[in-house]
Design a protein around this ligand. Structure first.
Ligand SMILES: Cc1cc2nc3c(=O)[nH]c(=O)nc-3n(C[C@H](O)[C@H](O)[C@H](O)COP(=O)(O)OP(=O)(O)OC[C@H]3O[C@@H](n4cnc5c(N)ncnc54)[C@H](O)[C@@H]3O)c2cc1C
Length: 321
């Protein structure tokens, strides 16, 4: 592993200043970054530790049902927090489903969103698009765990469980940088996920995710997270799903393991699920419609069936009857 220096940011301004330097990279719990450095797919000069910024480890639940989750809140704390479990069950369940107890104890929500893909070509430092080459090696290679929805540039998937729940809950992120504080939707944050070889999030130099923001509509209703894995525990999702029937009756459904960014199912499917009264035939038809644009590769067609199975289950569970 090459040499680097460690910089502990004591304030958001400190972090912005340090991150603006060439070769500087944000550090959360280090559970992905340090591994990526050992794999030689990340070579930062300076690690800027965000965990000591005031408020970075705080969970603030507001009276109107909204919440602010600091970037350095650990996944274990999210999973166990009474207010998060009560209000945003899907998020708590997704945090509990991530990795191992050790990873959840160290891993932060900011780092979880920013973690790099697990594609074996990328992680193996092979000459793939994300490692600076022109081609995606998975497209015609070993693509069992790869994406169903891509623009063709890179076929990796985003490995985060919480990202899926946050997508269904319509969370946004607070971004702090040299020009101040701004917010972005998850869709905007990941809009160039495939095209950018250096990371999946669209952040300017000096910017970092300072918090995750949950809107009031994310609280309560019927919500859950479900994850399919190749083995029973400690694995990444092959496909996962987060579903939310909001208190106002609207339905939001997101899938994981199918794309390199957040993936919400077609809004017309969500609207039909919200209307309810679905029988087996209409549930089958909606599950097919939700996956209509999927473009499986040679070895990952099973993911379409997995996604449809999860979708059918979600439609039955969310039906208002
Ligand atoms: C064996 C294994 C199994 C795993 N299984 C799962 C799983 O099932 N589900 C799942 O969701 N995850 C899984 N993970 C990933 C794990 O959850 C992440 O490694 C962890 O969440 C990353 O958090 P961190 O704080 O340690 O990030 P770090 O390792 O510190 O950072 C990761 C990346 O995020 C950047 N970063 C950190 N914080 C910020 C910020 N606030 N703003 C901008 N960029 C930032 C860093 O620069 C780096 O690029 C697994 C990891 C391993 C090693």
């Amino acid at each position: 592993m090459h040499s680097f220096t460690y910089d502990r940011a004591e304030s958001a301004a400190d972090a912005v200043r340090a991150l603006a330097a060439p070769g500087a990279t944000a550090l959360g719990g280090g559970t992905d970054l340090l591994v990526a450095m050992k794999e030689a797919i990340a070579k930062p000069e300076v690690l800027v530790d965000l965990r000591h910024i005031p408020g970075a480890r705080d969970i603030e639940l507001r009276d109107d049902g909204s919440a602010r989750i600091g970037c350095a809140v650990r996944l274990a704390d999210l999973a166990a927090h009474a207010g998060i479990t009560q209000r945003y069950a899907a998020l708590a369940q997704s945090a509990a489903a991530a990795g191992t107890p050790q990873l959840r104890t160290m891993g932060t929500i900011g780092g979880n969103l920013a973690q790099r893909p697990r594609c074996w070509y990328f992680r193996g430092a092979l000459p793939c698009f994300k490692n600076g080459s022109a081609d995606c090696l998975a497209e015609r290679g070993e693509n069992h765990y790869h994406a169903l929805f891509t623009d063709g540039t890179c076929h990796a998937v985003h490995p985060s469980d919480p990202l899926v729940a946050l997508t269904a809950l319509e969370a946004t992120v607070e971004i702090t940088g040299p020009t101040g504080v701004r917010s972005a939707t998850l869709k905007a944050l990941f809009e160039r996920a495939a095209q950018n070889p250096h990371g999946e999030m669209t952040l300017a130099a000096g910017e970092f995710i300072s918090a995750v923001l949950l809107p009031a509509t994310a609280a309560g209703g019927e919500q859950y997270y479900e994850k399919l894995m190749q083995r029973g525990a400690w694995d990444f999702a092959t496909v996962s799903l987060a579903a939310h029937r909001r208190s106002d009756g609207a339905v939001r459904i997101a899938l994981g393991g199918v794309s390199l960014g957040p993936w919400r199912v077609n809004s017309s499917v969500e609207e039909d699920v919200a209307t309810g009264g679905l029988d087996d035939d209409s549930i089958d038809a909606l599950a097919e419609r939700a996956m209509y644009d999927a473009r499986p590769l040679e070895h990952n067609g099973y993911k379409v069936w997995q996604a449809q199975a999860l979708l059918r289950r979600a439609m039955r569970r969310l039906d208002p009857k």
